[in-house]
Design a protein around this ligand. Structure first.
Ligand SMILES: [Zn+2]
Length: 266
């Protein structure tokens, strides 16, 4: 685990934070909610076979624990694409208490008191914060989104639409499946190579007919290539599959699982 990351416990609610983000935020775990069965206990996904009332109660608990306004929690859609939306007053609360108007895997904002939430169960959720302009963002990237460049595209949208400064922008890549556990076929390294060319080679290991791809290493490289300072790009270092006792891992559970959230609020 990166030295700036911390595991926090408030009663049964367990979550991770990063010292480098001086705003309310969390990477949630399985623990602290009211769901049962495969989704026990802090499931944040409405499409995992969980009772809707339980998921809503989990959001209420999450917001209360983190001191955020539950009514303004705004969500990514996560279709493994690279659409990015700027959240303005009319969109606050979309996904939870209002229908979502976008199909965006990343959302960014300059609005205070507007929690932005992305979801993971092996995928890489990255939280962004620029202290110079007080702007924030969240981006979801599975391998498809990573290979399509959603992380540098999020930086671009924050810079162009919100005025964020690349030199002060901080990005924290959350718990996600790491290279030793992320075995793939050739399609994944090929997609990465289409984006990055030879620069991707240090992040791919061949094991027999399979490949192991370092999604976090690729994400860090793409963000520093996009102009972020290396000390402002933090890889949490936590593997969801290795730590499947604490996190839902899609691969560890063969899909019988809840969903965790990465959330940030100005
Ligand atoms: Zn692992």
């Amino acid at each position: 685990m990166h030295p700036s990351m911390h595991r926090n416990e408030r009663g049964s609610f367990v979550y991770y934070t990063c010292d480098r983000l001086p705003v309310r935020h969390a990477f949630t775990t399985k623990f602290g909610g009211v769901s049962r069965g495969d989704c026990e206990s802090l499931n944040l996904g409405f499409n995992r076979g969980d009772e809707r009332e339980n998921v809503l109660e989990n959001y209420r608990i999450l917001a209360e624990q983190l001191g955020m306004d539950e009514g303004r929690i705004t969500m990514t859609k996560q279709i493994h694409d690279t659409q990015i939306s700027v959240v303005t007053e009319g969109e606050a609360g979309m996904g939870l208490h209002q229908p979502m108007a976008w199909e965006s895997d990343a959302i960014v904002t300059a609005l205070p008191e507007t929690p932005l939430c992305g979801f993971y169960a092996d995928c890489v959720v990255t939280l962004f914060y620029d202290p110079a302009t007080r702007t924030a963002g969240v981006a979801h990237a599975g391998w498809r989104g990573m290979a399509a460049g959603i992380l540098p595209k999020t930086v671009e949208v924050m810079a162009e639409k919100l005025g964020a400064k690349r030199e002060s922008l901080i990005a924290v890549l959350g718990p996600s499946i790491r290279q030793e556990c992320f075995e793939t076929d050739a399609d994944v390294p090929e997609a990465m190579e289409r984006l990055m060319g030879e620069r991707v080679h240090p992040f791919i290991a061949e094991k027999g007919v399979k490949f192991h791809v370092d999604l976090q290493g690729i994400g860090v490289r793409l963000l520093t290539d996009a102009g972020l300072s290396p000390e402002n790009v933090i890889d949490s270092g936590i593997c969801t599959k290795c730590c499947a006792d604490e996190f839902w891992s899609h691969r560890a559970t063969h899909g019988h699982r809840g969903v965790q959230g990465g959330i940030i609020c100005l």
